[in-house]
Design a protein around this ligand. Structure first.
Ligand code: SF4
Length: 169
């Protein structure tokens, strides 16, 4: 459990809905990457969504509610993409387990990866407290989830986590 599942867009990979990345410039990311601790994932691509794709938001609740079947994920076009988000979340959890990730560093506000806040489902830019679908699923399975702006807290947790074997995936 010495590895970190990380949102691929935080490494600058162009996987976001608009084809951009959102690199988190931080020397600890660079060090963890060099040590082979990072396991990049884009759950929405694992759910077979494409780049680019319409922006999506959770409507009627949070990621936990989507997992419980009481909220949906809708694209800005109105398309229901709940099934793709659920499939991607399950695939991300599977990857985390197979690669020994006990922690995850995920970009906040995303309907998948958000862990502290998400948009409220009105596509108006308003935020609410809550998790995205992946963050909720990982947390429910005992993986410690950190938002991108909680990297200091993650670094403290990693200080006593010796690496057994680098991830070469
Ligand atoms: Fe980044 Fe997560 Fe959205 Fe993929 S699903 S683009 S990794 S925030």
């Amino acid at each position: 459990m010495d590895r970190i599942l990380i949102s691929a867009c935080l490494l600058g990979r162009p996987v976001r809905y608009d084809g951009s990345g959102k690199r988190l410039a931080d020397s600890r990311i660079d060090r963890w990457q060099a040590e082979g601790r990072l396991v990049p994932v884009c759950p929405e691509l694992l759910g077979e969504l494409t780049v680019p794709r319409p922006a999506a938001e959770i409507v009627g609740g949070s990621g936990e509610d989507v997992l419980a079947g009481t909220a949906r994920v809708l694209a800005a076009t109105g398309e229901d993409v709940t099934a793709a988000f659920l499939a991607g979340a399950e695939a991300a959890l599977d990857l985390a387990r197979k690669t020994g990730c006990g922690r995850a560093l995920l970009i906040d506000r995303s309907p998948s990866c958000g862990s502290l806040s998400i948009y409220d489902g009105t596509f108006s830019g308003r935020r609410i407290v809550g998790s995205g679908v992946v963050a909720a699923l990982l947390a429910a399975h005992g993986i410690d989830v950190y938002a991108d702006h909680e990297i200091d807290r993650l670094a403290e947790a990693m200080a006593n986590s010796p690496l057994r074997e680098p991830y070469a995936g």
